[in-house]
Ligand binder design. Structure first.
Ligand code: ADP
Length: 434
């Protein structure tokens, strides 16, 4: 594949721009091979398809997906990366990746998989698109996502990391797996290619993970709140800062982090810090103060017209709600409101998940349901709600009428629910005094 640097690889013809490369993949619903002409019309410099064509811009390959993956594997094999670090877990992958990248950037050249390119297709694309950066980087950080059995195993084989980080095994996306053991095994497969001199870093508070990896011959390091080589001991907020006390290999340390970090994000910080220590970086603390959370609607706290607004709509899971509540409990506020939408990809667990969500939400003084996706209605089995609507304007209107100076409003839903529409509308009303 003749790819010059900076060229984008597209698998969706609708987003092709002039100069991009189009690779036709066969999905479950659509076959990219039907769209090769469309991609070329939109300016693709060439396309790869499993159908031969007279057009010289169409390269034939019997299996374009295989080609994509093999090309990525070839690039990795021929790069001189000193350390390949893979990160997975139900919650906090992106956060940990960003913190770690920020720490390591003071000690060498860092590559990180961009945005949410964390799948069996996204990661090969990220590798191909950034191959010269990869070729000369000291640290390459890969975020591994999983939505079905075998995804992590596939990515682990492709990347062959020397440090593998499993943050946690929670309930996110559990509907895509047969049972909890399958989900646990899936996440733990990030460790399966580690050699004796490699390192597994994981959550020391989770007995299931500890027992699952007890046989591994590689080095093992743990972080957690109760157990670990690195323990998060205490945290608190003052002004717009988070103060965290933690113990690393028996030594007490303190960090002042900019912004409001929730308890889950502090565990991510612990995991990233421990990873840096495992790379023989002795005092990463100094470099951490410039990391500013949140990233993009992941527990972002703002004060508008005296009302504290927390936008946590990038994604949702029971564990991330729990971690948010632990932090909200420590913030200074009058009354608390939760505006919640569905937690998606729960499959047969959906009712159970939303009933559990209701139990957690009882922490709040008032609960509003955003019912654009109706699974969230099951919250009402375990919690009393104040209002519900599938219309973002109605939700914003209700909030504007009922919230007053000093109150805190927490917004939470899975990405697919697009709860930010309600936030935008509420923010607009607060700012304009409508
Ligand atoms: P991911 O990349 O795994 O989806 P993100 O870093 O994007 O995770 O964070 C998604 C959500 O999870 C945010 O609401 C964030 O506050 C929360 N979160 C982050 N880390 C943790 C953690 N370790 N435990 C629980 N919740 C977390």
């Amino acid at each position: 594949l003749k790819l010059t640097d900076g060229r984008k690889i597209r698998i969706d013809s609708r987003v092709v721009k002039i100069g991009d490369v189009f690779i036709a993949l066969k999905g479950t619903r659509v076959d990219g091979n039907d769209f090769i002409d469309d991609a070329l019309k939109r300016g693709a410099i060439f396309g790869v398809s499993n159908r031969s064509s007279d057009n010289p811009a169409v390269f034939f390959h019997p299996d374009p997906k295989k080609l994509l993956i093999e090309a990525a594997a070839f690039i990795l094999k021929h790069s001189k990366i000193k350390h390949k670090i893979a990160i997975t877990g139900s919650n906090g992958k992106t956060t940990t990746k960003e913190i770690l990248a920020s720490i390591l950037s003071d000690y060498g050249k860092v590559f990180k998989t961009p945005g949410n390119l964390n799948t069996e297709i996204g990661i090969p694309i990220a590798i191909l698109e950034n191959r010269s950066q990869l070729a000369e980087c000291d640290y390459a950080i890969f975020e591994f996502g999983t939505s079905k059995k075998g995804d992590i195993s596939f990515l682990t084989d492709l990347v062959n990391p020397d440090i593998a980080v499993l943050l946690n095994v929670g309930t996110a996306h559990r509907g895509n797996f047969n049972d909890e053991t399958e989900l646990l095994q899936e996440k733990c497969s990030i460790f399966e290619t580690l050699q004796k001199d490699s390192t597994a870093i994981t959550n020391g508070d989770d007995k299931r993970i500890r027992s699952m990896i007890s046989e591994l011959s590689c080095k093992k390091l743990f972080f957690g709140q109760r157990n670990g080589d690195l323990k998060i001991m205490k945290f608190d907020y003052s002004k717009n800062n988070t103060f965290v006390a933690f113990k690393a290999f028996g030594e007490m340390k303190m960090a002042k982090l900019k912004g409001i970090w929730n308890s889950g994000q502090l565990l991510d910080f612990g995991a990233a810090y421990l990873t840096a220590l495992s790379l023989k970086i002795e005092e990463p603390l100094l470099n951490i103060n410039r990391i500013i959370l949140p990233f993009n609607n992941r527990f972002s706290v703002e004060n508008i017209a005296g009302i504290i607004l927390i936008n946590d709509c990038y994604n949702s899971s029971l564990e991330s709600v729990e971690s948010a509540i632990k932090s909200i409990a420590k913030l200074k506020k009058e009354r608390t409101f939760a505006v919640v939408g569905s937690i998606l990809e729960q499959g047969k667990y959906s009712k159970k998940t939303h009933e559990e969500l209701g139990r957690l939400l009882n922490f709040f003084d008032h609960i509003v349901l955003y019912t654009k996706d109706t699974q969230v209605e099951a919250v009402q089995n375990t919690a009393n709600i104040d209002f519900k609507s599938s219309n973002p304007e109605e939700v914003a209107e209700w909030l504007k009428k009922n919230c007053r100076y000093g109150d805190l409003v927490y917004f939470k839903a899975s990405r697919g629910v697009a709860l930010e529409e309600a936030i935008l509308s509420f923010r607009r009303r607060l700012q304009s005094g409508e």
